[in-house]
Design a protein around this ligand. Structure first.
Ligand code: FAD
Length: 415
């Protein structure tokens, strides 16, 4: 076999997995259908992803290129009340900052870095099918892909990784995706030049503006980049959109209307210039039945996606990709092909982290999280626990804060 592992998709999940596999001496091929740099959502990173960037040897480069994010600042849209969470107050203070990254540049860097590490990275290659029919009997996995000249190729390998993001090719083929109840939201987003941002150490904070109540609850993100641009998007409830059908039907109209209804958001874009036509993405949350099967695993969004309120998607993809790579390298070192049961622990860890984020997102839309976020007399434990979640400490934080939080504040973090 030419490759031990073939990875479909060269986003953060695929590229980080490939980099780590190559560093561990495993031959890996990544087939990415697009060409980097390409636009992508998912620009706000979390501190708990930083160890992964350090371990694959790209952290210093990232640090020099992108703006440092030290916290998350929530705004109540109408009252303009603010509540800032500084990552330095999290339970785990080993990593107290992250970065805000235009994803075209960030993904390009990760992709090229994986190549430097020794992975075979190909752009303009679309994976059509991952055929695992012989894998159960110890046979090879076949990955069928089309190159840029429209020629079809088949690559044999010991394990295929679906890192195709929301395309989730294995889950869709198996009809194994399901929508998450009550998360039928639509994101409308654009880019601005010279929007308001905080100053000094807080310049790189993500601003999260919450608005509406009941079935109209929604939120905005405002993510500042180093070059003066700011990514501004709104996550809107379907009922919010339906009730405004008469005044806004197109995406740019919806986007402008959402901003015009929010005093806090208007303050952020006042005097700034919108430099990209508004775009939309609907109904983005889904679960996937399995993260591993005979001959394949799914990493990142290909294994499910949660509403991005807490900027969690890239963290789950990078953390998952990195730890999957280590597991694969361990198994291959024993001389045999990976089996589904090799990934039981990894899958459980990924699920546990994702479900924690999901529980808090659902608490937000139910209305039970917001009063705690903005409380004047916030309990110190609660403050640190919320900060830890915002930092992405959902994989190893169970002994530090998760269990206690689930006991003391079940309304906002269910078990
Ligand atoms: C509205 C919104 C806002 C978000 N904001 C944030 C945020 O602030 N922070 C955050 O961390 N996350 C955020 N996310 C989530 C984030 O975008 C994703 O979770 C993250 O990009 C997942 O990485 P990935 O590597 O799994 O997938 P992707 O980054 O989607 O990469 C998948 C790659 O696979 C390629 N591909 C797809 N199909 C094929 C195929 N058949 N063959 C070959 N290649 C293929 C694609 O071209 C792509 O490059 C947001 C998401 C949404 C919808």
């Amino acid at each position: 076999m030419a490759f031990d592992v073939v990875i479909a998709g060269g986003g953060p999940g695929g590229s980080i997995c490939a980099a780590q596999l190559a560093k561990r001496g495993v031959s890996a091929l990544v087939l990415e259908k697009a060409h980097h740099p390409r636009f992508h959502l998912g620009e706000s990173l979390l501190p708990q992803s930083m160890p992964v960037l350090k371990d694959i040897g790209i952290f210093d480069d990232i640090h020099t290129r992108f703006i440092v994010k030290r916290g998350a600042n929530f705004h109540e849209s109408g009252t303009l009340k603010q509540a800032r969470y500084d990552f330095a107050e999290a339970f785990d203070r080993s990593t107290t900052f992250a970065f805000e990254v235009p994803r075209d540049e960030f993904d390009d860097i990760l992709f090229r870095h994986a190549k430097t590490c020794g992975a075979d990275m190909r752009e303009g290659w679309k994976v059509d099918r991952i055929d695992c029919s012989d894998a159960e009997n110890g046979g090879p996995v076949r990955v069928v892909a089309t190159d840029e000249k429209d020629a079809s190729h088949t690559f044999e390998c010991r394990l295929a990784i679906d890192a195709t993001g929301r395309d989730a090719i294995t889950a869709h083929e198996k009809r194994a995706t399901e929508k998450v109840p009550e998360l039928d939201k639509t994101a409308v987003f654009s880019m601005w030049q010279d929007a308001w941002r905080d100053t000094g150490d807080r310049e790189g904070d993500i601003q999260i503006i919450v608005f509406g109540t009941g079935d109209e609850t929604g939120w905005f993100w405002s993510i500042p980049f180093k070059d003066g641009r700011t990514s501004v998007g709104a996550v809107l409830a379907s009922t919010w959109i339906k009730r405004r059908k008469k005044s806004a039907t197109t995406i740019p109209e919806l986007y402008a209307l959402a901003i015009s209804e929010s005093p806090a958001m208007q303050r952020i874009v006042r005097g700034a210039t919108q430099i990209m036509p508004a775009r939309a993405m609907a109904d983005f949350s889904y679960r996937v039945r399995d993260l591993a099967g005979p001959g394949w695993i799914a990493v990142g969004d290909a294994g499910g996606f949660i509403d991005p309120l807490f900027s969690t998607g890239a963290h789950l993809a990078m953390y998952g990709g990195f730890h999957a790579a280590n597991k694969i390298a361990d198994v291959l070192a024993t001389g045999r092909n990976p089996r589904p049961e090799d990934f039981t622990e990894w899958s459980a860890l990924m699920r546990k982290g994702a479900e924690l984020f999901l529980g808090s997102v659902q608490a937000f839309y139910r209305g039970s999280l917001t009063p705690y976020l903005f409380a004047d007399d916030q309990h110190p434990f609660l403050r640190r626990a919320i900060t830890s979640m915002l930092a992405g400490d959902v994989f190893t934080g169970h002994d530090r804060w998760v269990r206690e939080m689930q006991t003391r504040f079940p309304a906002i973090l269910s078990s």
